[in-house]
Design a protein around this ligand. Sequence first.
Ligand code: OGA
Ligand code: NI
Length: 357
Amino acid sequence: MNCPGDWPEEIVRVQSLSESGINAIPQKYIKPLESRPSTIVTDQNINIPLIDLQGIYGDDNLREKTLSQVSEACREWGFFQVVNHGVDPDLMDRAREVWREFFHQPMEVKQRYANSPKTYEGYGSRLGVEKGAILDWSDYYFLHYLPCNLKDFNKWPALPSSLRDIITEYSEQVVRLGGVLLKILSINLGLKEDFLQNAFGGNDVGACLRVNFYPKCPQPDLTLGLSPHSDPGGMTFLLPDQHVPGLQVRRGDGWITVKPAPHAFIVNIGDQIQVLSNAIYRSVEHRVIVNSAKERVSLAYFYNPKSDLLIQPAKELVTPDKPALYRPMTFDEYRLYIRTKGPKGKSQLGESINSPR
Ligand code: OGA
Ligand code: NI
């Protein structure tokens, strides 16, 4: 398979642009009118469902209730928040804040980890390699935790000196949560409880972290921090910035802004679970808006299938009424699309591009 080799244009760090004190953003970041943040925003009193995950360890009644809350959230929203999820709240704060510190180090410290579109690992400022593309107002850091052979501490920042330890512990706990949720989803789909875990490769799942840094933006109405996309992988565990909203989830023609609950994870269904569930669960488009007052840091943990396994609709969910909607494909093959073209709604699953760029 052909892999993109290098960036088509010189890389500009959005954080440097922001800190330079410009009061008009470069043309490259200005979205076409119909894709700007002001496009229909849905009722801002609505929020995605909030679920207390501790309920699955309660008595039968509570367990059933919790399973059905997750089931409804998966069917109706593709997005929900969980609290009492088993990840240490203090560790969540430390993980977010150590990354904030990373981004506030001098540029030469960060540039040592500058990434390329070959693997995307490291410090980056764009997704996709199309020359002349309109870019998003964010920088990021991408690293692998699983499989073990992809985890390379040399590709994780050495500074701040506590980062590697904190992120190792954080990763371990989030991966455990991933396993718990895959079981819940399997049961809710009427499959054996280890079905999804096995389909993802058993102990050989993938887990990678994308830390997003959204600098202050002098003209937030003209751009986006992250363009509409669905997550290509299995399931995502997003740790948002507690005090700075920004994530918006598609609801019909509009977007609702997620209001983060304290120490909650925002969980969403990725494209691979849409495929495995034969679209009983669907990945949902989301995007990020920025603002002129505050930077925003978020940690998106992607829990993915082993990259060379064929992913296809579960046989149990394919019937004469509901034939298989997707052909088998490995995750490696699948994610090449977003890595080449950048975030483009759900066009990868053959669904129309709602927000042309
Ligand atoms: C992502 C993502 C949302 C956010 O990294 O895929 O959707 O709030 N991030 O940063
Ligand atoms: Ni996403």
